[in-house]
Design a protein around this ligand. Sequence first.
Ligand SMILES: Nc1nc2c(ncn2[C@@H]2O[C@H](COP(=O)(O)OP(=O)(O)O)[C@@H](O)[C@H]2O)c(=O)[nH]1
Ligand SMILES: [Mg+2]
Length: 436
Amino acid sequence: MALPSLHDIIAAIATPPGKGAVGIVRVSGEGSLELVSRLWRGKSPLELGRNAFTYGKIVGQGGESLDEALLLAFKGPHSYTGQDSAELHTHGSPAVLRKVLQTLIEAGARPAGPGEFTLRAYLNGKMDLAQAESVLSLVESESDAARRQALRGLSAGLSAKIQALSEVLFDLLAHIQAWLDYPEEGVEPAEIQVRLEPVLGEVRHLLATAPAGRIAQKGARIALVGAPNAGKSSLLNALLGYDRAIVTPVAGTTRDYLEAPLEIAGVPIVAIDTAGVRPTNDLVEKSGVERALQIAQEADLVLYLADSSTLPTEAPELPWERTLRVATKADLEAQWDTGGFVLVSSTTGFGLDSLRQTIHNRLLKDAPEGEVWITNERHAEALARAESHLQEALEAPTDLAGLSIEGALEALSEILGKDVSEEVIDRVFRNFCVGK
Ligand SMILES: Nc1nc2c(ncn2[C@@H]2O[C@H](COP(=O)(O)OP(=O)(O)O)[C@@H](O)[C@H]2O)c(=O)[nH]1
Ligand SMILES: [Mg+2]
């Protein structure tokens, strides 16, 4: 498979389908400003300053006026793609945008593939692969946490970290080589360990943020589990702010499960209300209970709800390391010691904010605010490989440690997109939208 050529002029509608106040058509490639100038009535983009805009008319090949527009001209290499580029900001009509795109194509441009502008930016060295992936994450971010992380990645937060780690490793390699060549002058092997350990520590620290990064990017599934009448459906409704689930004093009301999307402290959540867990011979209820326990096993976080106003029931088998204990009905008199539980009342709203905060902290617990997180599977996979190579290097005799360090360096450089195969590049950009 070959990557698309860098040498032709690409064009695409950059704004989403549908009507809007403004629509944008992007063009990039050597000769793109000349091409646009032939379809432009107004100050020529060739006579504009480096990054400048002007107002005028877009005309068809026959001179027919297509729309009044703003023309933004970027002289390469000072552009997003690194090549001459232009943006036409037209009225946001699908008919106008299609016509302008078609006219550009008739004049010699070709339709851009998904992410091809960003692909050019990467291939022209305007950004590394991790930054390009952050562009995609930013476009796709649906939560505030995801947006912040994507922006951090775009401004090379992760890249700088990877670069710094790689430099330490390169330095170490040089020292090991020196030691192999002149053992009497080089560093002691013990010193190599001392310098490797912090690198491994950093890699592990980064890797530990991956679950939180995935949750920030894709959201989390939270299961509400507990005995019948524990207040699961009431809590779901209270968190949602409207009555989604049926609430009754009759135990066993919720027999199937029910999913509802919400946002907790900037993280997209799917909350799952489940059937109350208790021993039963009712066939429907029994499969509801089984399903509830299954959902708990698969959830990112489980809320185990227990009614504080009645005598405690036996807790079911739950993934306790991912479970938060919640005592419900705090407005009633407690019948047991609720220490270690988050105390809430869905009736009065007591404790809901603190529950939200606790959920947020649990979901993102290994990802400190203000630091770089791993939000991308490809990065997590490469870091995991770097980790095992570094572990190997620590355990290997000095003359062999170099090989493992080289392995780690290779894995790290893949994150930045150095020496990656066209397949990898293709896979990254395939997920982009056209026009980005
Ligand atoms: N006083 C009080 N009653 C509650 C509270 N939450 C739920 N209930 C009541 O407890 C009963 C069972 O609630 P429900 O949400 O259906 O429990 P589920 O079976 O776990 O889904 C209903 O009668 C609710 O009105 C609460 O915070 N305070
Ligand atoms: Mg219920």
